[in-house]
Write a protein that binds this ligand. Sequence first.
Ligand SMILES: [Zn+2]
Length: 71
Amino acid sequence: MITIILLLFLTSILFLYLKRKKTEITNYVYMNEKSKKYHLKGCPYAKNLNSIPLETAIKDGYLPCQICNPK
Ligand SMILES: [Zn+2]
């Protein structure tokens, strides 16, 4: 019984860790200086672009790409 509780506890910690890690990845976007838009890593328009934190992109007046739709 104790083993099951311990297992559930460890699973929830792992889940929270993975969730946090995922959020950290999405916080970085790829900015296009010409179109003034920022993209996600997998976007076809994000090639050869510099990655910057999402907060910086918004602060500098960049708009989210309508194709990859970064949040
Ligand atoms: Zn895009």
